[in-house]
Design a protein. Structure first.
Length: 73
């Protein structure tokens, strides 16, 4: 049976990590806008950062699933 307390703690942890990553990406976007006032560059960098954040969140999710499987055995 799934332990809801563990799942809740992992969801809270993943949520905090995603907030931190989003703040870092926002800082990078502000820095990129201040360095070059080119809108196309900012859109491309935001897309790139979004892809990186998405892959990191998926990696964190898969690692937490692996922890669940290893913990149940």
């Amino acid at each position: 049976m799934i332990n809801l307390k563990k799942v809740k703690n992992k969801v809270k942890r993943d949520f905090k990590i995603s907030i931190i990553l989003n703040l870092i990406s926002l800082f990078i976007l502000i820095l990129a806008y201040n360095l070059s006032h080119n809108v196309i560059f900012i859109l491309l960098s935001s897309l790139f950062i979004g892809v990186i954040l998405y892959s990191l969140i998926m990696l964190i999710g898969s690692l937490s699933l692996l922890e669940d499987k290893n913990g149940q055995k």
